[in-house]
Design a protein around this ligand. Structure first.
Ligand SMILES: Cc1cc2nc3c(=O)[nH]c(=O)nc-3n(C[C@H](O)[C@H](O)[C@H](O)COP(=O)(O)OP(=O)(O)OC[C@H]3O[C@@H](n4cnc5c(N)ncnc54)[C@H](O)[C@@H]3O)c2cc1C
Length: 496
């Protein structure tokens, strides 16, 4: 496989043989008038996801998402009807939730139908005894959480994109939230799914995650990025809003001390809900602006929560003792509280990057044996990938911790890229490529929670191996023989 020469971002214009008006009429018979738009109106209403690639292609008048028809069903039956029709006539279908993905996955690069799930947002069942909830996949995380909070309950899945991301999209991209270190990533939150297969058949999986009724089919669809089926409802576990949250903050002389503190915390059975270790660049140039605390070096924020204040305090004391023993200098705990209050402000102006900047994040994951080597080789490779004259800044934090390892999240920003689209994309891709290959070669996995999308598809074979990718392709062939769902995504049928 030739990664260098891979051409990924070619959005094929709408199929010339497709009569989008006629298709829209057939779809309207399934979902109702007013729920279907075609032609330029379909492309005006949906412009793609939030990846830099999507923004820059749109800016240059070459949008990546070139759907012929945009359809917004309101029920599982309607989704089934749309997929049945699309399978029969062989038209591509790209499901989309909140379109907040950063890998370019929710773009209808081959035209066809853009299937928006955003009008499927009912809470179907709330079980206050078992603390579970069945919710339709188009529900956006933040309003879902706000509604639960009014009942003293919480989803505890808080991606930084909570105000845009749908629950179905979180599952499809196999995402993670800021509380993952204690409560787990999205696959730990889901008990079961309702999924519509490409031919229109509806699969309703068992409502408890733990069973021995064969392999776990729920997890098969987690991370499938819309390629195997359309998720229409999700049963998630809930928690009570914790009675107490306690914060602390530490500065370390070296990142090694911070990583070792995190390792000891996780391997000794402590479970802070938040543990974020910022390298010096991230602490001084990013975190500092949000918490206004005069940070000067590697900084760790910890939040412990729970319903039993004594346990929270004891767990916090144990975390602090570990950090102090590693040479950490304890800072004002108000820094942690300020981060918690401002945690979403990082993603809005003036903090959020915008064109003509080139930006992107990588999120590699590794066990404790390799995580520091992955940090050093990925950040080193990113810096070496392009001419320093481009003035790239790189800020990295480790924010999702597991009992066996952690992840690194380097964010790069190039203040102004080349004026030519292809050259700008090539510059972006050279940083992504360097980071991805460095992560794999130094013992990590190229992605922790953002999914593959278009950005990482060329590296899937390298990551999974030929045989691993072959398994995915066989699954795809079996479930979606006509390859109508998200063709080109997840490297399941080559090209884009
Ligand atoms: C500022 C910012 C911060 C972010 N922070 C985080 C973070 O903290 N954690 C994190 O995990 N991610 C984060 N993301 C990435 C993004 O929000 C997540 O990937 C999120 O899960 C995408 O959800 P969505 O509804 O927007 O999905 P989309 O972008 O609409 O779709 C993503 C993929 O899922 C497929 N899909 C969507 N809905 C369905 C469905 N119902 N059935 C089948 N397939 C479907 C799409 O086809 C596509 O392949 C961030 C993004 C931004 C812009």
């Amino acid at each position: 496989m030739n990664i260098e020469n891979d051409v990924r971002y070619h959005a094929s214009s709408s199929r010339t043989d497709l009569d989008s008006r006629a298709l829209a009429a057939e779809l309207a018979a399934i979902v109702g008038q007013g729920r279907v738009h075609h032609g330029s109106e379909a492309r005006r209403r949906y412009t793609g996801d939030m990846s830099w690639l999507t923004y820059v292609h749109s800016e240059f008048g070459r949008p990546l998402s070139c759907q012929d028809v945009l359809v917004s069903p309101r029920s599982t039956e309607q989704v089934a009807g749309v997929l049945k029709l699309a399978s029969r006539i062989g038209v591509p279908v790209t499901p989309a939730g909140g379109a907040s993905g950063v890998q370019g996955a929710a773009n209808a690069t081959r035209g066809g139908i853009l299937l928006s799930l955003l009008d499927m947002k009912e809470v179907r069942r709330l079980d206050r005894t078992s603390l579970t909830c069945t919710v339709e996949s188009g529900m956006i995380v933040k309003p879902f959480e706000d509604g639960l909070n009014r009942e003293g309950l919480s989803f505890t899945h808080y991606p930084a994109s909570a105000e845009w991301a749908s629950i179905g999209g979180c599952v499809a991209a196999r995402g993670s939230g800021v509380l993952s270190t204690k409560y787990g990533t999205i696959q730990d939150h889901i008990l079961s799914l309702e999924v519509v297969l490409p031919g229109g058949d509806v699969v309703d999986l068992p409502v408890v995650p733990r069973h021995a009724v064969g392999p776990d089919l729920t997890q098969l669809f987690a991370g499938s990025e819309g390629t195997l089926g359309v998720i229409t409802a999700v049963t998630v576990r809930l928690r009570r809003v914790p009675l107490r949250r306690a914060f602390c903050a530490f500065r370390f002389e070296t990142l090694t001390q911070g990583i070792e503190s995190g390792r000891q915390i996780m391997t000794s059975g402590l479970r802070p809900a938040v543990m974020r270790l910022y390298d010096k660049e991230a602490a001084v140039h990013s975190l500092e602006r949000a918490v206004r605390a005069g940070l000067v070096g590697e900084t760790m924020l910890i939040m412990v929560d729970g319903d039993h204040p004594n346990l929270v305090d004891a767990e916090m004391s144990a975390c602090r003792a570990i950090c102090a023993a590693q040479g950490g200098l304890e800072l004002n705990p108000g820094i942690g509280e300020a981060w918690w209050s401002n945690r979403y402000s990082f993603y809005h102006p003036p903090h959020a990057p915008q064109l003509p900047q080139i930006w992107g994040t990588m999120d590699a994951v590794a066990d404790f044996t390799h995580i520091e080597a992955v940090y050093r080789s990925v950040t080193g490779a990113m810096r070496a990938a392009i001419d320093p004259a481009w003035g790239m800044t790189l800020k990295t934090h480790l924010s999702h911790w597991y009992e066996w390892g952690s992840m690194i999240y380097p964010r790069f920003v190039i203040p102004k890229g080349p004026a030519d689209l292809d050259e700008a994309v090539a510059l972006h891709d050279s940083v992504v490529r360097a980071a991805t290959l460095a992560a794999i070669e130094s013992g990590g996995v190229m992605n922790d929670h953002h999914g593959v999308g278009m950005r990482l598809a060329p590296y899937l074979e390298r990551q999974l191996g030929q045989n691993g990718l072959a398994v995915l392709r066989k699954l795809k062939d079996a479930l979606d023989p006509g390859h109508i769902l998200c063709p080109g995504k997840l490297a399941l049928d080559g090209g884009s």
